[in-house]
Ligand binder design. Structure first.
Ligand code: CMC
Length: 392
């Protein structure tokens, strides 16, 4: 019985968390979690973070090669043309209660955009690249409009003469960022753009594997990303630094909570990385530069907390148990230095990760098989139905 869940000795063989499930072949992303390596389509994350932009990286992820200049120009132009959202979406944004978490609001508006997409109702892989382009272009506009409306401000319409990163910062604050902050945002989008079969990409692909529509799949991804064990960790990491308050409190906090197991260090630990997450290294450098550029003592103090806590995590949890700081540990400090409210950090992750979700969706559905795992049943069988009046 249930041979699909038993090992050769007849014992239940359960892969809790699907840790060892290798569900398909892929050419999109490779992670070597024991040697701090991450590649998108064969290019190391360090190469891309130093040289590429979000627009180019998205093209690379979707089409499997770096674009020529004319391919990049036309892809960038298409993204810029598709930035604005219909009036119905602005109206919907205004109607969402202000105390709604931005990720939950983003899920709602992304779903609505599917209802007004010119190719709505079309299923399958053929319409995906065009839909992916439209939603990737619009997501920053939605996040910025939600953020401003939440603060009681009017949304700012997108501009078509700015990069994806600069336009997002402009729509958030009304100011065109200088080169440093534009590049910091752009690099953060590159770092967050893709990460193999993480929980939100899996959720996206599970929905897509039923041959459902593109928007339903992405809404599944947004829902999965919201949780504190996944994308929500960048927000939680910042709250943790504020809870600790100042560098002098770090050691006591670490002893009281992290060592005792009362709390997890948010922004630490990873299913795949058992050593330093290479994305955290790049974000760490940008956090440090953000302190220098902003010259704000509050940011310097939060950076001091993060630095001291990281020293403890890396010399203890990382060395002994492979629980090391990850991408979500440092990203918040960069966004905080940009003046972005903490609850917007996971939506920024979504603005970037839509590139990876879409790449996996297109790759998987092109050679589709519905995702449908099994469970080992350990409940009862053949019970006699007792009418409700006799149940006591
Ligand atoms: N702090 C302290 N202990 C930890 C942590 C942490 N951050 N992460 C894992 N552990 C311990 C955990 O308590 C458990 O201990 P024990 O075996 O004694 O019960 C052991 O390590 C294994 O934990 P797990 O939950 O089985 O590990 P996992 O591979 O299922 O979970 C994780 C990975 C990312 C969910 C987890 O490390 C975690 O909760 N980290 C904090 C949240 C976080 O930073 N998430 C962001 C992940 S990276 C980017 C992204 O996906 O968004």
């Amino acid at each position: 019985m249930q041979k699909w869940c038993l090992d050769e000795k007849g014992q239940p063989k359960i892969d809790k968390g699907a840790e060892n499930l290798c569900m398909d072949e892929s050419e999109i992303c490779f992670i070597d979690g024991f040697h701090s390596k991450l590649y998108y389509r064969g290019y190391s994350i360090e190469e891309l973070a130093s040289n590429s932009t979000f627009e180019e990286t998205t093209y690379l992820l979707w089409y499997g090669k770096l674009p020529t200049r004319s391919e990049l120009n036309s892809f960038t132009e298409d993204l810029r043309r598709n930035r604005d959202i219909p009036q119905g979406a602005y109206d919907l944004i205004k109607s969402i209660p202000r105390d709604t978490h931005p990720m939950e609001a983003l899920r709602t508006v992304a779903s609505y955009l599917g209802n007004v997409d010119p190719e709505k109702g079309k299923l399958g892989v053929d319409s995906m690249p065009a839909k992916a382009l439209r939603l990737t272009a619009k997501l920053p506009t939605v996040v910025a409009a939600l953020a401003r409306t939440r603060d009681g401000k009017e949304p700012i319409k997108p501009r078509s003469d700015l990069s994806h990163a600069a336009n997002f910062l402009y729509m958030m604050s009304g100011k065109v960022p200088d080169n440093f902050w534009e590049r910091a945002m752009d690099v953060s989008l590159v770092l967050y753009a893709e990460h193999e079969m993480n929980a939100s990409s899996f959720a996206t692909v599970v929905v897509g594997s039923t041959l459902s529509d593109y928007y339903s799949s992405i809404v599944g991804g947004i829902g999965a990303l919201r949780g504190p064990l996944h994308g929500g960790a960048n927000e939680e990491a910042m709250k943790q630094f504020f809870e600790i308050g100042s560098p002098e409190n770090v050691d006591a906090w670490y002893k009281e909570y992290a060592l005792s197991g009362k709390k997890r260090v948010m922004g630490a630990g990873h299913r795949v990385y058992k050593t330093y997450d290479p994305r955290a290294k790049v974000f760490r450098e940008y956090s440090k530069k953000s302190v220098e550029v902003s010259k704000d003592p509050k940011i310097a103090s939060i950076y001091g907390v993060a630095e001291r806590l990281e020293n403890l995590v890396m010399s203890q949890l990382c060395e002994s148990r492979g629980i090391c700081t990850n991408v979500d540990y440092w990203s918040g400090i960069v966004y905080y230095a940009m003046g972005i409210p903490i609850e917007q950090y996971t939506p920024i992750f979504a603005i970037a990760r839509i590139a990876g979700w879409s790449a996996h969706l297109m790759e998987y559905v092109a050679r589709n098989r519905i995702l449908r795992p099994r469970l080992y049943y350990k409940g009862m069988l053949d019970l006699e139905y007792v009418p409700i009046e006799k149940r006591g």
